[in-house]
Design a protein around this ligand. Structure first.
Ligand code: BGC
Length: 759
């Protein structure tokens, strides 16, 4: 429907109808206005499957939903680094929504993994905003290509579950832009999600739902968002203020109470009716965008989609350690140990919880064709060791040639609504791994978890496979990776620290009461570990393959550029091993020298390439200003400092294989305001300004020239270099106290003269 037609429709609506349109008719539907032909429109969770509730709705995944297909959760899909694959997953979800009459699927969830403890990390993508944004963009693109909307969530700075409905995320401006907003910015600008879901928390004192700065100025005015903003379920607490801030749709609703408030505010003049009209227009625009593009022939083919879920799972499993034990051979006698071999943990708890139409375990997938024995090993309802289960498992391991332990985090450890308390696996599982490894030298651990765990046994096992929460088809995918039918090709979208205390947010995570200060600033994840040169268990971007890749011939299409130019980077990648495989090529940019504090390097692009043995492909990246920029709080915009930047190509963030340097010249001069506190060192940076001050110095601004005052001994004690270094931080007003025979008025006159200098 055209914008004009929607405006006409809104003009025919009564105040009551318009107010009602701004909140859900029930848990999952927008209001219908039958007399005007406006249908109700259904939204459903998301993000990694369809949680459509036909009966009583709830937002915590408690009540039943239709049988559907559970894809790998965000933690795993990010590990694929595969935009095309995630787009295909999105297309599949979009088709499922069409078949089920769902207009908007509630996801993707792009919140940054600030701490490994966040209860919802399994749903989120990464500690890096570029990767998170690219994965989200791919999913949005796929879903929306089927004329179904997405709701990128939870906007903004919602990085913990503790007190999620009342906490106040205190984040400085630069950190918000470089880390937390950045994860939304890319996909919102590039893929235009139909809706955005605002989060529960406050940002710097103002609830997200009430935050004009982010909901309107950033989202709409700067990023061009043109869909509707909906609240997270129950995130509205001041309906009229929220509407003014740019929150269009309240979900699920307030049983009419807030509609009355909106009506009252319009009648009293507190709220301009045009603000209400705009919100209704935005909602109707999306309602009709879906309605007019309904695909009534769409079929939800669960078995077919299960196969897609399996293909996605294959690329979300990260091989973390392989001391020559993997892949397994069909001839080996293998003990599958651990409850998750039979009943995999493949999704997290809460609103994303899918009622899977079937689940394939590794044990089931391996039945027939392989020589497998199974022992349960532990009971995940308990943290304590069950001695009988442990003894059986050790016995099975002893009698086999290889032991594969299917371990991880039990359901209760990670879920929406609360955070983890620590980063350990249950004691009973750690003990099982150690006892099995003691009798079986060929022990492999397959992990099922949505967020990093500590691995005290890492030195005792020969293989570790991170299966994340791989969706309902995970068992088949794990099996194919173990036996080499599929070559692992995923890499970690987050750092696994050695221990929780190493994490940069450790000292301030979850905050004090409702106050949560993001004290680590921009140093989230590898940005911190790199800067501190800290050892980690597994770095960001790390993952092994059954083949090997060589990198060569890194080329830049220029070695000097302006920040308005683009840089073309190409690199050759060769499969030098004996098996076909996919490699994730990572491009990081490092600013060699900067006046602001910056990370050592930042991920600016990546590509996944498939290569046959012996095959070489050239990967091309195009970098623009943003790849070199930091967010300047002086100009409230992205800025590049003139200087040299290293273009780094890596297998992981800690395995940089090639690098080349480019000089970037800034086309923007940051305004510099001289004051009486400006240091001589800062004046020196501008030759014109320095010439003036130097003249004054020669004329005795500092009293007699230091050389004349100094004795020979003093001269020996202080070199010119030392003297320069010491005066570097001398403010312009300094000479007043050091015998310069000048007054504050003289210094002020000098300051005015410097500020008047032309560029
Ligand atoms: C969650 C959202 C979800 C919504 C609807 C909320 O509790 O935070 O992610 O989409 O419920 O279920």
């Amino acid at each position: 429907m055209t914008a004009d037609k929607i405006k006409e429709l809104v003009a025919q609506m009564t105040l009551e109808e318009k107010a009602a349109m701004c909140s859900g008719a029930d848990f999952w539907h927008t209001e219908a206005v039958e007399r005007l032909g406006i249908p109700a429109s259904m939204v459903s969770d998301g993000p990694h499957g369809l949680r459509k509730q036909e009966q009583e709705g709830d937002h915590l995944g408690v009540n039943d939903s239709i049988k559907a297909v559970c894809f790998p959760a965000g933690c795993g899909t990010a590990a694929s680094f595969n935009r095309e694959l995630i787009r295909e997953m999105g297309e599949t979800l979009g088709n499922e929504c069409q078949a089920e009459g769902v207009s908007v699927i509630l996801g993707p969830a792009v919140n940054i993994k600030r701490s490994p403890l966040c209860g919802r990390n399994f749903e989120y993508y990464s500690e890096d905003p570029f990767l998170a944004g690219e994965m989200a963009g791919a999913l949005i693109h796929g879903v929306q290509s089927k004329h179904v909307g997405t709701s990128i969530k939870h906007f903004l700075a919602n990085n913990q579950e503790t007190r999620r409905m009342s906490c106040d995320s205190r984040v400085d401006e630069r950190t918000l832009h470089e880390i937390y907003l950045a994860a939304f910015e890319g996909p919102v600008k590039k893929e235009k999600p139909w809706t955005v879901m605002c989060s529960y928390n406050k940002i710097n004192g103002t609830y997200a739902a009430q935050n004009h700065q982010y909901l309107t100025e950033t989202l709409r005015d700067q990023w061009g968002f043109d869909g509707y903003v909906m609240s997270d379920w129950g995130a509205v607490n001041s309906r009229v203020e929220d509407l003014k801030a740019g929150l269009d749709l309240e979900m699920p609703g307030s049983f009419g109470a807030n509609d009355k408030m909106i009506e009252g505010a319009v009648l009293s003049g507190e709220l301009e009716e045009s603000v209400l009209d705009t919100a209704v227009e935005r909602i109707l625009n999306i309602v009709f965008r879906y309605e007019e593009n309904r695909d009534r022939a769409a079929v939800f083919d669960r078995d077919k989609d299960h196969e897609t879920a399996r293909r996605v799972a294959e690329e979300t499993i990260v091989l973390l350690k392989n001391d020559g034990v993997l892949p397994l051979s069909e001839k080996q006698k293998v003990a599958f140990i651990g409850k998750y071999a039979k009943t995999p943990r493949y999704q997290g708890g809460g609103s994303s919880h899918i009622n899977s139409h079937k689940v394939t375990s590794a044990l089931e997938a391996a039945s027939g064709g392989y020589d497998i024995v199974y022992a349960q090993g532990f009971d995940d309802a308990e943290d304590r060791t069950d001695e009988k289960l442990l003894a059986e498992a050790v016995e099975a391991a002893r009698n086999a040639e290889v032991a594969v332990i299917f371990a991880g985090l039990p359901d209760k450890f990670e879920s929406e609504g609360y955070d983890r308390k620590h980063m350990s696996m249950p004691d009973c599982q750690n003990e099982l791994i150690e006892k099995v490894a003691a009798v079986q030298p060929n022990t492999i651990v397959v992990l099922h978890n949505g967020s990093p765990v500590e691995m005290p046994w890492i030195g005792q096992v020969k293989g570790v496979v991170e299966a994340y929460l791989g969706g309902q088809a995970v068992g088949g995918a794990v099996c194919d990776i173990l036996f080499g039918k599929v070559n692992p090709s995923a890499k970690l979208p987050e750092t696994f620290p050695l221990k929780l205390e190493d994490n940069p947010s450790y000292l301030s995570y979850i905050g004090e009461g409702d106050m949560v200060e993001y004290r680590e600033g921009i140093f989230v994840g590898y940005r911190y570990y790199d800067k501190k040169k800290m050892d980690v268990l597994f770095p960001f971007g790390y993952g092994l393959s059954y083949t090997t890749f060589d990198y060569s011939n890194l080329r830049l299409d220029k070695d000097k550029m302006k920040d308005t130019d683009t840089l073309r980077v190409t690199v050759d990648v060769t499969n030098t091993g004996g098996m076909a495989g996919k490699e994730i090529v990572q491009l990081y940019v490092a600013d060699r020298e900067s006046t602001v504090i910056r990370p050592v390097k930042e991920l600016r692009d990546f590509a996944k390439v498939e290569l046959q043995p012996g095959e070489t492909k050239t990967v091309t990246f195009t970098l623009d200003k943003r790849a070199f920029a930091y967010y300047s709080v002086r100009i409230h915009d992205w800025h590049v400092e003139t200087g040299e930047f290293d273009i780094l190509i890596g297998r992981s963030s800690r395995d940089i294989v090639l690098s080349k340097t480019v000089t970037v010249e800034s086309t923007v001069r940051l305004p510099f305001v001289y004051t009486t506190d400006t240091t001589l060192g800062d004046v020196k940076k501008d030759p014109k300004a320095w010439a003036i001050v130097e003249d004054l110095m020669k004329g005795g601004m500092f009293g007699e020239a230091p050389e004349q005052q100094e004795s020979d001994a003093a001269k020996e004690a202080m070199s010119q270099e030392m003297a320069d270094s010491m005066t570097e931080y001398m403010p312009l007003r300094g000479p007043i106290s050091f015998g310069g025979h000048i007054t504050m008025a003289d210094v002020q006159a000098l300051v005015d003269k410097l500020n008047a200098l032309e560029e």
